[in-house]
Design a protein. Structure first.
Length: 607
C-alpha cells in the first residue's frame, strides 16, 4: 500500500524524535529530586495525587512553599510521576521514555495543527519543516532530557490539542472538549494562560471568524482560566504574595529600574541568538552569568531594535503573511510571563523558558524562508533538490548537536562539569559541581577530587560572597580535608548571612567540641539554636554531652530532660541522661533511664 505524503512526513517526524534516544539510559538530574525522587507526594503513588493537586509544587519536597514570586502550581506533570512511581518505582528509564514519547507526539501535533490551518495546496511542507526543526532544535534538550520539565512538554501538547479541537465545527469540540484540553494545559504549567491571546488570533487569521463569534467562542476558555486561577490562588498563591531577599532567586535584586530593563532587553537578544545558533547551551544562567547591563551597551541597543522590528513586522504584514503574525505573537505572548518584565521568575534566563516561544520563532522563520526554497508546478508545492540539500544539512547538524548535548544530561556530575565551563560566572553551577565532587570524594577518597571541589565552591563564593549555601558547603569540604581553621572561617561566613543557620551552628558546636576541645564555644553555638524552632534530638544530645564533659552535670541533666519533652521517644537522650545521673551518683535513677532507653532503642544495650 502506497503511503500518502502527509503520512510519510508524520512517520519521519516520529523518527526525528529518536534524537533523544540516548537519554533513555540517563539518571535523574537537577530538579528531578524536587518532583520525583525527593517528593513525598509522588512517592505515595496514587495515594499522593490528592496532595499534589492541592499544594504548591515544592511542598512535597520541602514541606512548604518556597519564597518564589507567586509560588509554583503545575500539578498535572507531577501526577504522571506519581502514577509512574505506582507502577515502576523511581525508574529514570520510564521517566525519560515518557518525556520522549510526549515530545514526539508534540512534534506530530505541530504538524497536524499547521496542516489544519494552512491551505492544502502547499504540500504540507511548511507544517513539516516547522515540526522537524522544532523536534531537532538543540535548545529543547533541557526540557526533554530533564524529566522534571515534562510540565513544559505537556503544556504545549495540550495547547496544540486545544487549538486543533477549537478549529472543529461541532459545538461539542469547540465548547466542551477544547476548553477541557485547555484546562489540562493550565494544570501542566501556568504559562498556558498566554494562549488566551493565541486562540482568537488563530480563529481571526485562518478561519475569518467575526469579532462577535470570537468573543462568544472565548467564553468557555475565560471560565476555565478563572477556575484555574482560583485553584492556583487557593493552593499555591498568586503573583505578589511573597518576595525573596536572595539575589540567587531574584537576579535584579538591588538593580535600578534602567539596569533591570536594559538587562532584560539584552536577554531577549540572547534567547533569539540561541534559537538561531544554539551553542553553547547551559542548564543555568543565574547570578552572575548575565551581569547587569546599561542602555549604553551596544548589545542592549541591538536587542531593543530587533525586538521592536519583530513587533512591527507582523502588524505591518498581518493580512499578507498571517502565519508570520501568528508565529511572532506566539513568541511574545508565551515569552512575556518568563521574561522578568512583569514579575520575577527566579533567574535571568533559562532554556526551558523558550520551549513554547521557540515554536513561534520557528514558525516565523519558516514562513519568511519558505517562499524562496520551494517551487510550484501544476499547482503543487515541492522542495527542489538544490534547496533540499541545505535543509537536510541544517536538520542533520541540529540533530547531531542535540544528541551531543544530551550526553551532558546523563547525570548531575556530567551536567555540572560541562556547564561549569560554559557558564563560568554562574555561582550556582560552580557550587553544584563542587557538591558533586564532594560526593565523588566520599566514594573514592581521592584528595585531588576534594581539592577540586574546594576550588569550585570557592569560585562560587567569590562570585557571590553572600551565597550562604556556597560558604556552608565550602566549610564541609574543608572539614573533610581536615583543614578545620578554614572550615571555621567558612562557617562564620554563613552566619554573617544567616545567623541562625541550623546546620552551621550544629557543625560549629561539634567542631569546637570534638576537634578544638573548646567546650565553651561548643556550648555557645549549640545554645543559639535553643532560641530557634529547632527541637531535634541531636541538638539536646550534643549540648547535654558538652555540659557533661565540662563537668556541669546539673545543666547537662536539665538539657537532656528538655530534649525529652520535645522528643519523648528518643532512646539516645534517655541513655545519656542515665550516664549523667550515674556520674552524679544517683544510680537508681540512672538505671530507670537506662531501662527506658533500651526499651526505646534495644541497639543501645549492645553499645
Amino acid at each position: 500500500m502506497k503511503l500518502s505524503l502527509p503520512v510519510k512526513q508524520g512517520v519521519f517526524l516520529l523518527l526525528f524524535a529518536l534524537v533523544y534516544a540516548n537519554t533513555l539510559k540517563h539518571e535523574f538530574v537537577l530538579d528531578d529530586v524536587i518532583v520525583i525522587t525527593g517528593n513525598k507526594f509522588t512517592k505515595k503513588g496514587f495515594a499522593g495525587i490528592g496532595d499534589i493537586m492541592t499544594h504548591d509544587a515544592f511542598v512535597g519536597a520541602y514541606g512548604e512553599a518556597l519564597e518564589l514570586t507567586g509560588g509554583r502550581y503545575r500539578p498535572l506533570s507531577i501526577v504522571t510521576f506519581a502514577v509512574e512511581h505506582a507502577f515502576f518505582g523511581s525508574n529514570p528509564f520510564v521517566g525519560h521514555l515518557g518525556n520522549m514519547v510526549l515530545f514526539a507526539l508534540t512534534g506530530l501535533m505541530i504538524f497536524v495543527v499547521l496542516m489544519r490551518i494552512l491551505p492544502e495546496d502547499n504540500g504540507n511542507w511548511i507544517p513539516f519543516l516547522v515540526a522537524a526543526l522544532f523536534i531537532v532544535h538543540p535548545i529543547h534538550t533541557e526540557v526533554v532530557a530533564n524529566i522534571k520539565s515534562r510540565d513544559e512538554i505537556m503544556a504545549l501538547l495540550f495547547l496544540l490539542i486545544t487549538l486543533l479541537l477549537s478549529l472543529k465545527r461541532l459545538p461539542v469540540f469547540t465548547y466542551l472538549l477544547a476548553p477541557l484540553a485547555y484546562f489540562l494545559a493550565l494544570l501542566s504549567k501556568e504559562n498556558a494562560i498566554t494562549f488566551l491571546a493565541i486562540f482568537p488570533l488563530t480563529w481571526y487569521l485562518f478561519q475569518q471568524k467575526s469579532l462577535k463569534k470570537i468573543a462568544r467562542a472565548m467564553v468557555p476558555y475565560l471560565v476555565i482560566a478563572g477556575v484555574y486561577l482560583w485553584m492556583r490562588a487557593t493552593y499555591a498563591g498568586m503573583v505578589g504574595d511573597r518576595v525573596t531577599a536572595d539575589i540567587m532567586d531574584d537576579p535584579y535584586l538591588g538593580a535600578s529600574f534602567l539596569e533591570k530593563y536594559a538587562t532584560i532587553t539584552y536577554t531577549i537578544g540572547k534567547y533569539l541568538s540561541l534559537m538561531i545558533f544554539p551553542y553553547p547551551l547551559s542548564s543555568d544562567y543565574s547570578f552572575n552569568q548575565i551581569p547587569l547591563m546599561s542602555w549604553s551597551n551596544l548589545k542592549v541597543i541591538g536587542s531593543l531594535l530587533l525586538t521592536i522590528g519583530m513587533i512591527v513586522l507582523p502588524i505591518w504584514k498581518l493580512k499578507e503573511q498571517p502565519l508570520l503574525a501568528l508565529g511572532i505573537t506566539i513568541f511574545f505572548a508565551s515569552f512575556s510571563v518568563v521574561s522578568n518584565m512583569f514579575f520575577n521568575v527566579g533567574t535571568s534566563m533559562a532554556e526551558r523558558f523558550v520551549y513554547i516561544p521557540s515554536l513561534g520563532i520557528i514558525i516565523a522563520i519558516v514562513s519568511l524562508v519558505y517562499p524562496y526554497i520551494h517551487k510550484v508546478k501544476d499547482g503543487r508545492h515541492s522542495i527542489p533538490r538544490g534547496m533540499a540539500l541545505p535543509l537536510i544539512i541544517v536538520l542533520s547538524l541540529a540533530s547531531v548537536a542535540t544528541w551531543d548535548r544530551n550526553k551532558a544530561w546523563k547525570s548531575n556530575y556530567t551536567l555540572y562539569a560541562a556547564d561549569a565551563l560554559t557558564v563560568p560566572n554562574s555561582a550556582r553551577i560552580h557550587l553544584y559541581f563542587g557538591i558533586e565532587l564532594i560526593s565523588e570524594f566520599n566514594k573514592t577518597k581521592d584528595r585531588a577530587t576534594l581539592q577540586k571541589a574546594i576550588a569550585e565552591i570557592s569560585e562560587s563564593a567569590r562570585i557571590n560572597p553572600k551565597f550562604h549555601h556556597a560558604h556552608y558547603n565550602l566549610a564541609v569540604a574543608h572539614e573533610k580535608a581536615e583543614d578545620y581553621d578554614a572550615a571555621i572561617v567558612s562557617y562564620n561566613n554563613v552566619l554573617l548571612v544567616q545567623p541562625q543557620h541550623i546546620k552551621t551552628n550544629l557543625n560549629l558546636g561539634l567542631l569546637y567540641g570534638r576537634i578544638k576541645n573548646d567546650l565553651d564555644k561548643s556550648i555557645f553555638y549549640f545554645s543559639k539554636l535553643r532560641n530557634s524552632s529547632y527541637r531535634r534530638v541531636d541538638l539536646y544530645d550534643n549540648l547535654g554531652i558538652a555540659y557533661g564533659m565540662k563537668g556541669d552535670l546539673q545543666r547537662a541533666k536539665a538539657i537532656l530532660l528538655e530534649g525529652i519533652q520535645y522528643n519523648p521517644n528518643a532512646g539516645k537522650l534517655y541513655f545519656n541522661l542515665g550516664i549523667t545521673c550515674d556520674n552524679m551518683g544517683d544510680r537508681e535513677l540512672a538505671q530507670q533511664y537506662y531501662a527506658t532507653a533500651f526499651k526505646l532503642n534495644p541497639a543501645l544495650k549492645r553499645n
